[in-house]
Design a protein around this ligand. Structure first.
Ligand SMILES: N[C@@H](CCC[C@H](N)C(=O)O)C(=O)O
Length: 279
C-alpha cells in the first residue's frame, strides 16, 4: 500500500506528516517510524505525526511517534505543523482558521494567523510532582528550584508538564552545556519514571530567553515548542522572567505567553512545508 506523506518543520524541528483521517489506528508502526526518521537510511525527521479523526467532540486527533519509536503525549512544534497540514488537506472546503485537536496531553487549539504563523492555545501547565511525573518531591508538591544530582553535579531544576514532561535548568551560558553527554543522563534519571525532556535556559533579559534542549526519544533537536512553553513557566515561577517572552532556540524564535488572565499558555511560531512524497 502506498502512503503519502508531507515533510514539515517548525524551526528545524522536523516531522513526517501522514493523513490518517480514515482510521483511528496509525498506518505506520513505531518500528517503521524509527526507520522513516533515520537521517541516513530513511526520510529523516524528529518524529512521525498522524492526523486522525477527532475524539470527544474535537475536530481531529494528533498522535506522534518520536524518532526512537516512543509515543509522547504532545508536541508543540508538531501541532503547528499539523495545523498547516490540515489546512492544506481541507483545501477550498476549509471554513475556519483554528482547530480543536485531541492529544494524549489534552485538547490543544492551534489557530492559523493571517501572516501564516500559528498561535496555539497550549492549555494549563501542570506543576505538581505527580503530574510531571517525578519522584523528586511528594506527589502533591511543585518542583521549583529543587536540587537534582546528575553526573556528579547538583543542578537546580524546575519541572513543568505541558502535556508532556519537562525539567528546566537555568544556567549562565547555554553554550557551555555538554548536551549530548548530560542530556541522556537527565532523560533516564530514576526520578523521572516516564523519562523527561530537558531544557537549559540562559536569561538574556526578562523578556528574552535562550534555550537548548535534549528531547526524550529524539535527543538534541533544533527546537521544542512544549519545552519553550515549560521554560517560560519555569522562568515565571522562579522570578527570572516576565509572563510574555521570546524564547530563542537553535532553529529560531518562538513567542510564548503564560496568560495572567486565564493562566493558559500560548505559543506562536512558524510551520513550514518542505516536500511531499510517497512511501
Ligand atoms: N519537539 C516537540 C516535543 C516532542 C515530544 C518529546 N520528544 C517527548 O517525548 O515528550 C515539541 O515541539 O514540543
Amino acid at each position: 500500500m502506498a502512503i503519502e506523506f508531507t515533510k514539515y518543520h517548525g524551526l528545524g524541528n522536523d516531522f513526517i506528516l501522514i493523513d490518517n483521517r480514515s482510521s483511528s489506528v496509525p498506518v505506520v508502526t513505531p518500528e517503521q517510524a524509527i526507520n522513516l526518521c533515520d537521517r541516513h537510511f530513511g526520510i529523516g525527521a524528529d518524529g512521525v505525526i498522524f492526523a486522525l479523526p477527532g475524539e470527544n467532540g474535537t475536530d481531529y486527533t494528533m498522535r506522534i511517534f518520536n524518532s526512537d519509536g516512543s509515543e509522547p503525549e504532545m508536541c508543540g512544534n508538531g501541532i503547528r505543523c499539523l495545523a498547516g497540514f490540515l489546512a492544506d488537506l481541507e483545501g477550498e472546503s476549509r471554513n475556519k482558521d483554528s482547530y480543536r485537536i485531541h492529544t494524549l496531553g489534552g485538547v490543544m487549539i492551534p489557530q492559523i494567523l493571517p501572516n501564516g504563523q500559528v498561535k496555539v492555545d497550549m492549555g494549563l501547565p501542570r506543576l505538581l510532582a505527580g503530574e510531571i511525573p517525578t519522584t523528586l518531591t511528594p506527589n502533591e508538591e511543585k518542583v521549583i528550584s529543587q536540587p537534582l544530582e546528575v553526573a556528579g553535579q547538583t543542578w537546580d531544576v524546575t519541572c513543568v508538564n505541558m502535556g508532556n514532561p519537562h525539567c528546566i535548568t537555568f544556567v549562565e551560558d547555554i553554550a557551555a552545556i555538554e548536551l549530548e553527554t548530560i542530556g541522556p543522563k537527565f532523560e533516564h534519571h530514576p526520578v523521572f519514571p516516564q523519562r523527561i525532556n530537558t531544557e537549559f535556559i540562559q536569561v538574556v533579559r526578562r523578556d528574552y530567553l535562550k534555550m537548548r534542549v535534549w528531547e526524550r526519544g529524539a535527543g538534541i533537536t533544533l527546537a521544542c515548542g512544549t519545552g519553550a512553553c515549560a521554560s517560560l513557566v519555569a522562568g515565571v515561577l522562579t522570578g527570572k522572567c516576565d509572563h510574555i517572552a521570546t524564547v530563542e532556540l537553535p532553529g529560531g524564535p518562538l513567542e510564548i505567553e503564560w496568560s495572567e488572565v486565564d493562566q493558559r499558555v500560548y505559543m506562536t511560531g512558524p510551520a513550514e512545508k518542505v516536500f511531499t512524497g510517497k512511501l
